[in-house]
Design a protein around this ligand. Structure first.
Ligand code: FUL
Length: 623
């Protein structure tokens, strides 16, 4: 009788949920951690990041595309799924859509009977790999873009993708709206006003919920389930709150594995991000409570480049090794406060390996602490914590101490309100939010068997579902990956002279220093390079201004060559795409032509007048 009574007395009620809560779909999505972006379409064949919309579907003809091969590679690295660009801004649909003629039926690939979306969807299903899709709202091909007529086309495309290819785990509604485009031959600038109003995202979201209730919606002017991490570098800012007003809104960090951009570009092999850099990006996205979408771009044959794959696989191994052993698993925990003295909320719930169970103090206690005693001393340099997010995100800051040489020493200091962490290669960062998960990397490994966790600020009694200790594997744990910069064919600028506008600043574009630049408050503008000798010039590269400003960032160009400095021949002209979100080096090549002089025109710029070049390289055939 007594035992029965005490049993009843100690059954403490669960804490009331706090603030906005994630949907079941959002919880499941956060558990996916990282997955691939796959950009593959006409841009793959034109060396562009943003197609204008007038590209011929005839260009799309991969000789060795094998969706299953790609899926196996991505899954093998430990990714949980992939999102494919079914249509990018150029409007080319890589599935046989009924919404527009500008689609894969017009391509020679599989004699017009191909369907890239289907091949990826089928391969993903076969390998139990989540499949998602990116369908650019901005369509630079469609004549009706900017008018009500386009919406019929666009809604049809959404419907086709969500009804013909099985479950879609996530659909991306990109925010980019460049303005100008081909638009059925009009070659105009089209303004759509507010995206939310023009696309009627309220309705779009409703339709998607009806067609695929489990599909996570990215973007859609903030009406979706997930939003942009804020840069295309992959990392998100910390502290991270999954709440926006009354809604739960999670973050996704996005970045390409290759510095050259989202689509495949010739010669990109030397520009892949190293496994260590990928780990830093992972720690600054997943490790801050967001998900990471990492892009791999198939080449013109339809296959992933060996260099990209090598780095992906090496990072995948590193990540596996990092997560393999949790040194705090089954540790004994003595908490300062346990809700109702109930075992269900005991401190040891943080170390039981079950991310659903959690430690929780009494209501009103927002600063509890817990001592964690490991089975035996362990060496670690990453502390991972999770909150039981089904009850809302609560913790604002925390401290972790370790018993070292008989004294408590702080290894993760509590964050202060107002501090924002943006650096992505940080060691020794502070303890702010926890949310779905936070991984804090220490300055160096420590060895101990006793730790103390203190919640220093929380919006309601904290519900901590996990406390883990991990050890970052050194780079030696993974096979070395050669990521040499290949600068074959780059001409040395020694002895060159310059003329044209702001000619005295032109050398700054050829000095190898991204922080100095050729710049003038004028568009169009140009400079001339006298290379003093004749070369078979076959390309150039352009690095946009790197000072974080976009005003006067050259976005369109024309290049002319000359043997004598008087008679010029135009060899290249076009647009540098996606500069605002991802101002990386762009390489343009053209058939080799003999020249001593190069004239570079900056014909349009972002955000007002101006012209600028941080760095430029000129390429020539070496033999
Ligand atoms: C951006 C686009 O403009 C880029 O081309 C790329 O697709 C990236 C993922 O989203 O907004």
């Amino acid at each position: 009788m007594l035992g029965c009574l005490s049993g009843i007395l100690s059954a403490a009620p669960a804490p009331k949920p706090y603030g906005p809560l994630p949907t079941e779909q959002q919880v499941n999505w956060l558990r996916m951690e990282w997955y691939a972006f796959v950009h593959f379409g006409l841009n793959t064949y034109t060396n562009r990041e943003w197609g204008y919309g007038d590209e011929s579907p005839g260009l799309f003809n991969p000789s060795a595309f094998d969706a299953e091969e790609i899926v196996k590679t991505l899954k093998g690295a430990g990714m949980s799924g992939m999102i494919y660009t079914a249509k990018h801004h150029d409007g080319f649909c890589t599935w046989p859509t009924k919404s527009t003629e500008h689609n894969i039926k017009q391509s020679p690939w599989k004699k017009g009977k191909g369907d890239v979306v289907k091949e990826f969807a089928v391969a993903c299903r076969k390998h139990d790999f989540a499949f998602g899709t990116y369908l650019s709202p901005w369509d630079r091909n469609c004549a009706e873009y900017g008018r009500p007529g386009y919406l019929k086309v666009y809604y049809k495309q959404i419907e086709e993708l969500l009804t013909k290819y099985g479950p879609i785990f996530e659909i991306w509604f990109d925010g980019a709206m460049g303005g100008d485009g081909y638009y059925g031959g009009a070659r105009q600038k089209r303004n759509i006003g507010k995206a939310d109003t023009y696309y009627n995202y309220e309705q779009v979201v409703k339709n998607i919920r009806r067609l695929q209730p489990d599909c996570i919606i990215w973007g859609a002017a903030g009406r979706g389930d997930v939003t942009w991490g804020g840069s295309e570098k992959g990392f998100v800012k910390y502290p991270l709150w999954n709440t926006q007003g009354q809604r739960w809104l999670s973050l996704e960090g996005d970045t390409p594995i290759n510095h050259r951009g989202w689509f495949w570009h010739p010669g990109q092999a030397g520009h892949v991000k190293s496994p260590e850099t990928l780990m830093d990006i992972y720690m600054a996205s997943v490790g801050r409570g967001a998900n990471l979408i990492l892009n791999l771009a198939p080449n013109r044959d339809g296959q992933l480049d060996a260099a990209d794959v090598a780095s992906l696989e090496a990072f995948g191994k590193m990540r596996r090794k990092l997560l393999e052993t949790d040194y705090a698993l089954r540790a004994r925990v003595k908490a300062s406060d346990v809700r109702g003295g109930d075992k269900k909320y005991d401190g040891s719930r943080m170390t039981d390996g079950d991310i659903e169970s959690y430690w929780c103090p009494e209501d009103g206690n927002t600063t509890p602490s817990a001592e964690i005693v490991l089975e035996k001393p362990a060496t670690f340099d990453v502390v991972r914590l999770r909150e039981q997010i089904r009850l809302g995100q609560r913790v604002e800051s925390f401290r972790v101490e370790a018993m070292l040489n008989g004294e408590w020493q702080t290894i993760v200091a509590p964050g202060n309100p107002g501090e924002v962490e943006t650096r992505f290669d940080l060691r020794g960062g502070k303890g702010h939010t926890i949310g779905n998960q936070v991984m804090r990397r220490l300055r160096e490994p420590v060895t101990t068997d006793r730790l103390r966790l203190t919640i220093t600020r929380s919006r309601a009694c904290p519900c901590i579902s996990e406390f883990s200790l991990l050890l970052m594997p050194g780079a030696e744990a993974v096979a070395p990956v050669a990521v040499a910069e290949t600068d074959e064919g780059v001409l040395s600028s020694k002895g060159w002279t310059y003329s044209g506008f702001a000619a005295e600043k032109a050398p700054l574009a050829f000095d190898g220093k991204p922080e100095t630049m050729w710049q003038i408050d004028r568009t169009p503008s140009h400079f001339v390079v006298d290379m003093k000798k004749v070369y078979a010039v076959n390309g150039f590269s352009y690095l946009p201004r790197q000072d974080g400003k976009t005003v006067g960032m050259t976005s369109r160009y024309r290049v002319e060559l000359s043997l004598d400095g008087r008679n010029w021949q135009r060899v290249a002209e076009g647009e540098f795409g996606n500069l605002r979100a991802n101002p990386v080096e762009q390489q343009i090549s053209f058939p080799g032509q003999k020249a001593r002089y190069v004239r570079f025109f900056s014909t349009a710029a972002l955000d007002g007048t101006g012209s600028s070049v941080a760095e430029m390289k000129i390429y020539a055939a070496t033999r």
